[in-house]
Design a protein around this ligand. Structure first.
Ligand code: AMP
Length: 192
């Protein structure tokens, strides 16, 4: 089973993706994690994306589609959880084509529904928690980048909600509850 977790920054996509990998043996494909790894490795691509990411803008479709293509061609999995991808209509179309090439299907798109005030608190809280624990704070977890990330989400990613609704693949889940409740709501969608 292949699924997409859709939602604005801070909606809890990464947390829920990790539950799905731990409990269902699915493989999480987070383009954000892949891009951060490229940045940390100091590769050419990493250098190109570092500033874009720190500002909160989206990196090009070409780069992220290339990353996902590579994973789909090389990793054998019981199912993929797409986390933070697709973020544009072009990426969504590319994903359908890639899955079709691999003889795979997209089985569900789960939108984590949250309100914007909560997002700001969560992201600022995530940065403060990491700092207090002596962990690295994401370069884009600050109020200024968050504004850009939210705007990018509403301009470029939120149209995917209508796109997948029209395809009959969208399920909405209340993302505001406790992690365990959100997890249970996702399980309910997947285990029908
Ligand atoms: P995330 O960890 O998903 O919040 O992603 C962190 C940053 O990586 C985003 O703000 C973008 O700059 C970049 N990024 C991650 N995934 C994508 C994507 N699918 N398309 C474009 N940019 C992306």
């Amino acid at each position: 089973m292949n699924i997409i977790l859709l939602g604005p920054p801070g909606a809890g996509k990464g947390t829920q993706a990790r539950f799905l990998t731990d409990e269902r043996g699915m493989v999480q494909l987070s383009t954000g994690d892949m891009l951060r790894a490229a940045k940390d490795s100091g590769s050419e691509m990493g250098k190109i994306v570092a500033d874009v990411m720190a500002r909160g803008d989206l990196v090009t479709d070409e780069i992220v589609i290339g990353l996902i293509r590579e994973q789909l061609e090389t990793v054998k999995a019981n199912g993929f959880v797409f986390d933070g991808f697709p973020r544009t209509l072009a990426q969504a179309d590319a994903l359908s084509a890639l899955l079709e090439e691999q003889g795979q299907t997209l089985d569900a798109v789960i939108e984590l529904e949250v309100n914007d005030d909560v997002l700001v608190d969560r992201i600022v809280g995530r940065a403060a928690e990491a700092a207090a624990a002596g962990q690295p704070v994401r370069a884009d977890d600050n109020a200024e980048s968050l504004k850009v990330r939210l705007m990018e989400y509403y301009k470029k990613t939120s149209p995917l909600i209508g796109y997948y609704y029209a395809k009959g693949q969208l399920s909405g889940v209340d993302g505001l509850g406790e992690m365990a409740d959100v997890k249970a709501a996702i399980a309910k969608v997947l285990d029908v």
